[in-house]
Design a protein around this ligand. Structure first.
Ligand SMILES: Cc1cc2nc3c(=O)[nH]c(=O)nc-3n(C[C@H](O)[C@H](O)[C@H](O)COP(=O)(O)O)c2cc1C
Length: 227
């Protein structure tokens, strides 16, 4: 299974991360997850999740299997017009079982993802706070998230930064330019509305889908313009 690193930091939009993890697992990826201390406050505020980073059970971020649609409902709901796509927006337990979720404490520099010799297909920081953005732009590797991001840049691998703040001040804007020049992709958590979203889920899937596009993961979780 190929490895993808996902870091959740203390910006608004924790729901994007939760959905991204589901989609990556359904795409058969091994997700290496790390979470900043500030992200636990946002996860609590926005999703009602109580996360203890010292004793974290990654299944806390996954849907309760009992709440997932059964196989026959899934096959009815799946979009059958684009069979060559690996993923549709409706995921069941069997889909999630395609992948693996491995947790790394954000201060654990012994973790594989702290080293360039640990191979990955990329890293996504979702959502990314302006604090984490600034730390990476300055090269300060003070925690595992900053270090893993720095590794992805130095190894010339994909680093997708799902930045979230509004409005943007000069310092984050300059940091975004710097990180783009260093090879990162800045992907603001700013969904489009041209696919006529009906629910928050549709908006979330727009961003999750665009992240998958940049990770070169085939999917059909949102409608594409012109399709
Ligand atoms: C509920 C909540 C929402 C926040 N939303 C944002 C945000 O959207 N963008 C941002 O840059 N910081 C946001 N912050 C502030 C960051 O969490 C704070 O700057 C923190 O130091 C970031 O640390 P981290 O980058 O290590 O996660 C938020 C904080 C809380 C508690």
């Amino acid at each position: 299974m190929s490895n993808v690193v996902v870091a959740i930091t203390g910006a608004s939009g924790a729901i994007y991360a939760v959905r991204l993890i589901e989609v990556l697992m359904a795409a058969g990826r091994t997700v290496h997850l790390t979470i900043s201390a500030a992200a636990t406050q946002v996860l609590k505020q926005e999703l009602g999740l109580n996360i203890d980073l010292e004793n974290f059970d990654p299944s806390q971020l996954l849907p309760d299997p009992a709440s997932l649609p059964d196989d026959s409902t899934i096959s009815k709901m799946k979009n059958t017009t684009s069979e060559d796509f690996a993923l549709s927006s409706v995921l069941g337990e069997a889909d999630l079982n395609q992948g693996q979720l491995i947790y790394h404490h954000y201060h654990d520099f012994m973790s594989g993802i702290a080293s360039g010799s640990f191979l990955t297909d990329g890293m996504v920081i979702c959502p990314c706070s302006m604090g984490t953005l600034g730390s990476i732009a300055s090269g300060a590797c003070n925690n595992l998230i900053h270090r893993a991001a720095d590794v992805h840049l130095k190894e010339r691998r994909k680093l997708i930064i799902v930045a979230r703040e509004t409005p943007l001040g000069l310092i984050p804007l300059e940091n975004m330019v710097r990180l783009t020049q260093a090879g990162a992709t800045i992907m603001p958590a700013s969904p489009g509305f041209y696919h006529n979203p009906m629910t928050i889920h549709d908006l979330v899937d727009f961003i999750s889908g665009r992240i998958c596009d940049h990770l070169e993961i085939k999917h059909d979780i949102h409608q594409r313009w012109g399709s």
